[in-house]
Write a protein that binds this ligand. Structure first.
Ligand SMILES: Nc1nc2c(c(=O)[nH]1)N[C@H]1C(S)=C(S)[C@@H](COP(=O)(O)O)O[C@H]1N2
Ligand SMILES: [Mo]
Length: 308
């Protein structure tokens, strides 16, 4: 039933409003009902035909309950069900995003103004945590490269850094020094400009739940999940490679690149296999999370053991 197509062709373009406010008629038209959707059952075949990034026809969407109930968002607790329980204190509107550094259009933007030019697309991506679990998630968002193009970075820019919210009012648990808050992640410019790299504002046709990083988070499908910062408040364009939170916390365990690589083990466990949430048996992990044909060239000539 699934026909393979190049992954950078959007499944479908939907209006910003629809992605944002999840109007009932929109959801019905898209075939989304109560939230749990089986890829083949609920979505009309014509729409599923070119799901971007869904390289393996066996990939089935991970149910809504798991995508929104089994999370990593340490600002709201370290147990997988903590974010769903605790993130109701996050207020995703109004929301400001500060754009800084080597960029012509540096400013404090209201998020809704920043998002206005973009059409939200659905991208079905494999989502792989460094802890060796994975999911298949229908994100809604737009390519980061389109936002970067509008912000006009200078020719000096080599890296783009994302800082996420650290507000004790909305996140009482960050009083505990579990990580060096705020959570910071960054990408090399060519990684940031890759068409698979997505700014995400929704999931399953609905506004992004707080526990998934509302109102704006990043998804880089060929990297371990920790590169995808949640609830982004600052985008900074830099000449030099910045340090990232997990690298600061445990430099021998987490590098800058964090490309999914079954050949390089985490010091405390293997990365060869993964447990797809909802499945009984572990499966082999694919290099670059299955996106090697599209992204491996970004790293040609690099030692991926040294640059983990
Ligand atoms: N601000 C922030 N962003 C974060 C994290 C976090 O703890 N804080 N966890 C990361 C990790 S380790 C993963 S695997 C993904 C999980 O995203 P999900 O809960 O939407 O599946 O978010 C990433 N982004
Ligand atoms: Mo993760």
């Amino acid at each position: 039933m699934l026909i393979r197509r190049p992954p950078d062709i959007p499944t479908r373009e939907i209006t910003e409003e629809s992605a944002y406010f999840g109007r009932r008629e929109f959801l019905r038209a898209m075939g989304y009902g109560a939230g749990v959707v089986a890829a083949s059952a609920a979505v009309p075949g014509a729409l599923m035909a070119c799901a971007p990034g869904q390289a393996d026809p066996d990939d089935k969407l991970t149910p809504w309950e798991a995508v929104t109930g089994y999370n990593n968002y340490y600002e709201f607790g370290t147990a997988k069900d903590d974010p769903a329980k605790n993130a109701h204190t996050l207020k995703p509107r109004p929301w400001k995003v500060k754009v800084e550094g080597e960029v012509a259009r540096a400013a404090d933007y209201d998020l809704d103004d920043l998002l206005k030019p973009f059409t939200m697309q659905e991208r079905v991506y494999r989502h792989r945590c460094v802890e060796a679990w994975s999911m298949v998630v229908p994100w809604f968002g737009f390519p980061l490269k389109d936002l970067i193009a509008r912000l006009e970075p200078t020719s000096k820019t080599k890296f783009v850094e994302f800082t996420t919210l650290a507000d004790t009012g909305q996140m009482p648990l960050i009083r505990r020094p579990i990580l060096d808050w705020p959570y910071v992640e960054a990408l090399r410019m060519d990684e940031a400009m890759h068409p698979l790299t997505l700014m995400v504002t929704g999931v399953y046709g609905k506004t992004l739940p707080n526990q998934n990083g509302a109102p704006l988070r990043l998804i880089i499908p060929w990297k371990y999940g920790f590169k995808g910062g949640k609830s982004i408040v600052r985008i900074r364009f830099l000449e030099r490679q910045p340090r990232n939170t997990w690298n600061i916390a445990a430099p021998n365990e987490y590098g800058f690149y964090a490309n999914v690589n079954p050949a390089v083990d985490h010091p405390r466990w293997s990365q060869k296999r993964e447990r797809r949430i909802g499945e009984l048996f572990r499966r082999e992990t694919l290099p670059f999370n299955g996106y090697a044909d599209q992204v491996a060239s970004l790293y040609s000539g690099m030692d991926l053991r040294a640059n983990f």
